[in-house]
Ligand binder design. Sequence first.
Ligand code: NAD
Ligand code: UFG
Length: 332
Amino acid sequence: MKKVLVTGGTGYIGSHTIIELYKKGYEIDVLDNLFNSKETVLDKIEEIAGKRPNFYEIDLTDFDKVEELLAKNQYDLVIHFAGLKAVGESVEKPLEYYENNVSGTINLLRCMQKHGVKKIIFSSSATVYGDPGDPKYTETMETGRNLANPYGRTKYMIEEILKDCVVADKDFEVVLLRYFNPIGNHSSGLIGEDPNGIPNNLMPIIMKVARGEIEELSVFGDDYPTPDGTCLRDYIHVVDLAKGHVAVIDKMEPGVLIYNLGSGKATSVLEMIKAFEAASGQRLPYKVAARREGDLAEFYADPSKAERELGWKTKLTIEDAMRDTLKFLEQN
Ligand code: NAD
Ligand code: UFG
């Protein structure tokens, strides 16, 4: 196995995964429409890894362009990160989310089918579990019920589409990776999460508060049934997450493999604030605000399947993530 097409490769998780793929000698092409990333990320990848992926500025919803790319290149594997991911925006613009994420993926799959590309790793999310009752999510739990927003439904729908493709083609190899909450960045501080527009997620907002671009962090609710009243999440260092993708490649086989990628530990919003303050030595201004609609009090991964079958588990801590985030803030 040699040549990998990474969709969404200039994005946050994609760029970190490319660094890990280069360590294992893969050849990489990137497809991205640069909607939520910049082409300069490729310079940073080259600085870190000493290699530069071929870049194709293509939108997955443009079937002809995707087709042309797959006709010209014989890929062994596609790692599919490209997608829109802002939960709140997906509620306001559901059709854009379904078109971009679901139709974009269907285009990609049609082109893969046409050109004999039989392996795909898909960026799914813990959000597909909905609200199963038990906060410790295992891969065998039911998915697709009580999904809180269109974004989550696109992830669920794509998972189901991929499962159907495996039924139709016995040689097709699919991996669904369900990410928990990725944070941090490469220790060089050269690449990291740098979303265009107003961020929704906790870490990018903490970064904006630290830079003084947002006055204070709003903690969404402190009256949850958790030890300090704020929500608990499973934060995973993006470099550990990236390594999870590499770990699964050699395990791929016809059929569907599903893995949670998380640390198995739950951390509260207040603990995240304290960890940032400890790493930076600066106070992070925050206020307690109303609960955010759709938030669950607590969820975290049961990551034992990935450890058992892939020999993968998280090694980096929240402290590592905070240190690396500060490095990224310094450099950018
Ligand atoms: P990101 O926005 O940094 O990266 C996604 C990339 O896809 C961007 O560079 C964007 O320009 C590109 N893209 C979007 N639509 C495209 C299209 N139609 N054609 C071509 N390129 C397109 O996001 P990320 O955090 O790196 O997330 C990567 C994947 O992981 C996404 O599918 C996301 O839904 C999923 N995921 C992310 C998280 C998270 O919290 N970051 C959690 C669970 C799952
Ligand atoms: N939070 C705040 N203030 C903020 C932002 C977030 O208190 O300004 C809190 C939230 O209420 C939540 C926690 O910080 O308790 C984490 O929130 P994020 O928005 O960073 O992450 P979520 O757990 O809500 O969701 C994320 C992704 C989803 C994905 C899910 C599981 O946004 O797409 O992780 O992978 F499905």
